[in-house]
Design a protein around this ligand. Structure first.
Ligand code: NAD
Length: 246
């Protein structure tokens, strides 16, 4: 896959899809840097991977604070001299009906799922331009194609992620920076465990491949899109959803 020695930065790398993605890149002998929301969860993830024989480094900048992100990226640049692959994976979901969703709750989803993705890319692009290469991968969702019956902030944010992906793919292509997104269907992580069963069960029944996704299914898509096998692919939103269509 040609990922050996590549420097990979993964936001939301402490659990679920992000942690599995870190593991998958370590298996390919990449250098992995995790971002998490808290010191404790970052340390736990580092420890967990260490027990499996993988060494990774972690940081916990506030993703809504652009200057904090910039400082952290500068620190990483000093140490590693490059960032080859940025995976914007941190995200939160929403499931309340619109009448029950506060303005603040809507904004919170947009801040992490959209603004933080913008902050990360803005902070990393100057380095990637200097390198004259880079891969940016965003985590969208199948709800970015179909919407969902409640929790409007979440699909709204993922539609924005698709827009950001396609636009920046055009803007950054001349600099040999590819920008793609992966759109998982229902995937077996803590995020799904917090959703009501009445919402999940009927959805699983509509999945042609007959099962919920596993974090590794999504990690594999990230590996492919980051690798040289995808060197002519940019601006796509790759569905990893067992062909779920609702
Ligand atoms: P998860 O809840 O297991 O993990 C989310 C990650 O985001 C964690 O590492 C957490 O530390 C980080 N995070 C949460 N709030 C944060 C904050 N305020 N600041 C910094 N980091 C924060 O979720 P997951 O299922 O692994 O989701 C990962 C990505 O996949 C998300 O973008 C999510 O929208 C997307 N996704 C998940 C599913 C699913 O069914 N699980 C489906 C489609 C898309």
């Amino acid at each position: 896959m040609n990922l050996e020695g590549k420097v990979v930065l993964i936001t939301g790398g402490t659990r679920g899809i992000g942690l599995e993605t870190a593991r998958a890149f370590k298996e390919q002998k990449a250098e992995v840097i995790l971002f998490g929301s808290k010191k404790e969860t970052v340390e736990n993830a580092i420890e967990q991977l260490k027990r499996e024989g993988f060494t990774v480094e972690g940081y916990f900048p506030n993703l809504n604070d652009y200057s904090e992100i910039q400082k952290t990226i500068e620190e990483i640049e000093k140490k590693y001299e490059r960032i080859d692959i940025l995976i914007n994976n941190a995200g939160i979901s929403a499931n309340k009906k619109i009448e029950d969703t506060t303005v603040e709750e809507f904004q919170e989803v947009m801040e992490l799922n959209v603004n933080a993705v913008f902050h990360m890319i803005k902070a990393v692009v100057p380095l990637m331009k200097k390198q004259e290469s880079g891969v940016i991968l965003n985590t969208s969702s199948m709800v970015s194609i179909y919407g969902q019956p409640s929790g409007v902030g979440y699909p709204t944010s993922k539609f924005a992620v698709n827009g950001l992906t396609k636009s920046l793919a055009r803007e950054l292509a001349p600099f040999h920076i590819r920008v793609n997104a992966v759109a998982p269907g229902i995937t077996n992580t803590d995020m799904v465990k917090t959703l009501p069963k009445e919402m999940i069960e009927p959805l699983i029944q509509t999945i042609p491949l007959g099962r919920i996704g596993e974090p590794r299914d999504v990690a594999n898509a990230f590996l492919f899109l980051a690798s040289s096998m995808a060197s002519y692919i940019t601006g796509v939103v790759l569905s990893v959803d067992g062909m779920a269509r609702s």
